[in-house]
Design a protein around this ligand. Structure first.
Ligand code: NAD
Length: 271
């Protein structure tokens, strides 16, 4: 098989959560560019989801929008049911939905904590559990992929870098790291490949206020050896690679897509 064929996702169905904006949208579009049909899972923004669907259709692929909350069990089950009904069983699942509720520890409410853990970590668990169940029920399709299924989490550099004033978010992503690795270890022998991406600073709504405040961009750039904030597509392309047979021997890994943010850039000047 030529290496370009290994990158192809033609004939496969993908589910991407939080795909109405930002990194999720870029993942959905890059998976479609590689040939997949995509279920665009979204929480609030019908318009955002419709825009993602139309970008996928412009690439000649099929797409549907499905509303739901990744932290609610019945919504996650409905997402997979609807995908199967309209597009067919999923071969690729991207657990991307996530949010921040920032506060100093002493000011953080239980609701701030629980909202972030429920969406970022419990949502990851619910999506992973349903993905594995559905991959097993679908069975192998060797004509489209060597894997029984591919599951990719969207984590963060903050699965490794502690983050003051964001303890709920850092804890959720640290939890996601061991969730991903443990699931990968549990299901790899069945042909289910589980991996993650860990984005650094990517220009999306999640950090718009931070980037747009006075001096915010400069402060961010001091943390990025590459010298630029990332685009959602920087992450989407890596997710498409992890979903493809070109990465068939990568199991349980986190690919940092961060322009070097996790390299302790504070030590560049001799520490
Ligand atoms: P974003 O705010 O543009 O997108 C977040 C998406 O998640 C939205 O589509 C939103 O509707 C969805 N979402 C939120 N709560 C949900 C819920 N309960 N159920 C379903 N969907 C829900 O931000 P983004 O930067 O694109 O974030 C996407 C992922 O990337 C998140 O997991 C985030 O932690 C991660 N990430 C982002 C950055 C960055 O710099 N942008 C860095 C590291 C990790």
């Amino acid at each position: 098989m030529a290496s370009s064929d290994l990158l192809s996702l033609r004939g496969q169905v993908a589910v991407v959560t939080g795909a109405s904006a930002g990194i999720g949208r870029a993942c959905a579009v890059e998976l479609a560019r590689a040939g997949a049909d995509v279920a665009v899972s979204f929480h609030g923004s019908h318009e955002g989801a419709a825009e993602t669907v139309s970008r996928i259709e412009a690439l000649g692929r099929r797409a549907i929008a499905v509303q739901g909350d990744v932290g609610t069990e019945t919504d996650v089950i409905s997402l997979f049911d609807e995908t199967e009904r309209q597009l067919g069983p999923a071969d690729i699942v991207v657990s991307n939905a996530g949010l921040q509720r920032d506060a100093a520890l002493s000011d953080m409410t239980l609701d701030d904590w629980e909202t972030v853990i429920r969406t970022n970590l419990t949502g990851g668990f619910l999506i992973a559990r349903e993905a594995v169940r559905r991959f097993r029920a679908k069975g192998r399709r060797p004509e489209v992929s060597r894997a029984l299924g591919k599951l990719i989490f969207d984590s963060s550099v903050h699965q490794r870098i502690p983050w003051a004033l964001h303890v709920n978010y850092a804890a959720s992503k640290g939890g996601l790291k061991l969730l991903m690795e443990s699931v990968a270890q549990e299901v790899a022998s069945e042909g289910i490949r589980v991996n993650a991406v860990a984005p650094g600073a990517i220009a999306t709504d999640i950090n718009r206020t931070e980037r747009e405040k006075q001096g915010g961009m400069d402060a961010m750039l001091t943390l990025i050896p590459h010298g630029r904030v990332g685009d959602p597509e920087d992450v989407g392309r890596v997710v498409a690679f992890l979903a493809s047979d070109a990465s068939d021997y990568i199991v349980g890994q986190t690919l940092f897509v961060d322009g070097g943010m996790a390299l302790y850039p504070g030590f560049r000047g001799n520490g």
